[in-house]
Design a protein around this ligand. Sequence first.
Ligand SMILES: [Zn+2]
Length: 159
Amino acid sequence: MDEPQVCAACGQPAAFAQDELPLCPACLQAMIDRPLPRWLYVTAAIIGLIVLLALLKFPASLGAEIAFERGKRAEAARNYPLAEQQYAIVVKRFPSSTLALARLGIASYRAGDIVMTIDCYDKLRGRESSDKVIIEFNAMMSELEQKLEQQQVHGGQEL
Ligand SMILES: [Zn+2]
């Protein structure tokens, strides 16, 4: 006959064995009710903080990504004011992004917002890049320069 199982915690007869650890009902209940160890709270707090930081950071870059896609679509549809607005969101999130600045500069030029175009030009000046977007931007800038020169020839009058 098997030895009667005793509670591993208090030595009283165990009412049932849970896996390999026999416990009496009182000790089993106490184990279930036992507060979680402190390290678990600390770990949970750290994980919570990391998740919170990721959530705070993520929508911004995700938002910029969505704005960039919207900007490209608006540009393709020749809705340049909307494209400028969307690219401005991207530049706000990634102020040093060559691609974002160049697209904003091009869209603002097409939208007639020359102040913004010049601002983007200033920020992009001196950047070494053989990117397609920089070539496009430079072509747009020489187009703008030509227009400005023509305006000067005509005494600054609007054509
Ligand atoms: Zn017990």
